[in-house]
Write a protein that binds this ligand. Structure first.
Ligand code: NAD
Length: 411
């Protein structure tokens, strides 16, 4: 199923609960603007290469649009469009004053040199600088991008518009970044897992966890949860899965990835399993934190974890979601579960505009406060309306965006 169609199914389930009219649905679903650009660069070997870059701006009724930039070979317009819409609902669920956007380039950064990635990033900004900016659309890291790419974006944007650190978030701390931004998405997943376990009367130390993905989100989630006494028994990355029923040596794995360009390829201190097998392990908690669309109607009946927390964006297909819901599996949806990243990005943007920097303790406290409030609202709505946490989160987001749209005047 196409990513945008899948998202519409979730949207419509919530919209049905809210008796939203067809006209209002169309208004809230169709993106405001979609841009596709050609990125032509010279590669290190002197050859010319041409890539396609996308930026989709979905909705700005609650504030400037905000969304990550993804570098992955499977990026296409449909995926970017779905991720942009997801950002609209996500920023509304945690009530930060933004709309939704997303960008992407179909490249595999692991197969390119850093100089090549830099040239591609700068050329992309040359093409879209006039539609992004601190008051209109603010990019951030996503899969395949990190602080270094964000620094290049800030620098390239400044060549056209002057000094403007708030034009992008997720920058290096030494360059107007926020202490704690890098860990924020994974930390947020961890904070929300502990809240959810509390509500479900489960103890962290009796919770075995499997995490798909060991990049920014997966690794920081693993760290937070192991410090909170959960037992992380499996993680995976593009090289496959690593399983140790008595608990993984996470510090050793972090060290290993630092020494091997970010990958676990060749790590031998755990049993090797496939990425598919990781999803079906006998654990209490499954956290997909890599690609979208990995939990499908095909593998859902074999998923044993009673709790799924969506660190990744759109990891669960709607028909799988239905199978799991009927079986009583609790799913904390992406638009709440991984909202710690955009929340910390918001803190970074606020500080860039004030030319003032918070310390890490304040960042962590405020992150906890924003996520706790979002969790509380979604949980209560789900109990009150007898709907899944996903439908409740969409209802909260759609309600807020819908009200802002009407208050701002539609025509
Ligand atoms: P990342 O690039 O830092 O890490 C991605 C991880 O996924 C890596 O470990 C990589 O090896 C693994 N991976 C890639 N292809 C895979 C495959 N085919 N099978 C299994 N694993 C594979 O990315 P990230 O920033 O951690 O993002 C992960 C997910 O979280 C994405 O869905 C992203 O949209 C979402 N997310 C990220 C942020 C953020 O702040 N970085 C915020 C919200 C949501």
């Amino acid at each position: 199923m196409r990513a945008f169609d899948a998202l519409q199914i979730y949207f419509n389930r919530a919209a049905d609960q809210m008796d939203l009219t067809e006209n209002m649905r169309r208004l809230l679903v169709i993106p405001k603007r979609e841009v596709q650009v050609q990125i032509a660069v010279e590669m290190d070997d002197g050859e010319l290469a041409t890539f396609i870059g996308y930026r989709v701006q979905h909705n700005n009724s609650r504030g400037p649009m905000k969304g990550g930039l993804r570098y992955h070979p499977q990026v296409d317009l449909d995926e970017v469009r779905a991720l942009a819409a997801l950002m609209t609902w996500k920023t509304a669920v945690v009530n930060i004053p933004y709309g939704g956007a997303k960008g992407g380039i179909a490249i595999d950064p692991m197969r390119l040199s850093r100089r090549e990635v830099e040239r591609i990033t700068r050329k992309f900004i040359d093409e879209i600088h006039d539609i992004i900016g601190p008051d209109s659309d603010i990019p951030a890291p996503d899969m395949g991008t990190g602080a270094e790419e964000m620094a290049w974006i800030m620098n390239q944007y400044a060549k056209y518009h002057g000094f403007s650190p708030a034009c992008v978030t997720g920058k290096p701390v030494e360059m107007f970044g926020l202490p704690g931004r890098e860990e924020a998405t994974g930390r947020g997943v961890g904070i929300l897992v502990i809240k959810l376990l509390g509500r479900l009367n489960r103890k962290p130390d009796l919770t075995r966890v499997a995490i798909q993905g060991f990049g920014n989100v997966g690794s920081h989630t693993a760290k937070y949860l192991s410090e909170a006494t959960c037992r992380v028994v499996a993680v995976s990355d593009i090289s496959g899965g690593y399983y140790r029923p008595e608990g993984l040596d996470l510090s050793g794995m972090f060290r290993y990835t630092r020494e091997h360009r970010g990958t676990l390829e060749g790590y031998t201190e755990a049993e090797r399993i496939s990425n598919a097998a990781l999803l079906e392990l006998d654990v209490e908690l499954l956290i997909p934190a890599a690609l979208g669309g990995v939990v499908t109607a095909e593998n859902a009946p074999r998923i044993k974890a009673p709790i799924i927390v969506e660190g990744a964006n759109a990891p669960t297909e709607p028909d799988a979601d239905e199978i799991l819901f009927k079986r009583g599996t609790i799913i904390l949806p992406d638009i709440l579960a991984n909202s710690g990243g955009v929340t910390a990005s918001y803190f970074e943007w606020v500080q860039n505009r004030q030319h003032y920097q918070w310390g890490i303790n304040r960042v962590r406290q405020e992150l906890d406060a924003v996520l706790s409030e979002g969790f509380q609202r979604v949980w209560e709505l789900s109990v009150e309306r007898k709907v899944s946490l996903r439908t409740a989160a969409f209802m909260l987001g759609i309600g807020r965006v819908g009200r802002a749209t009407v208050l701002g005047g539609i025509t």
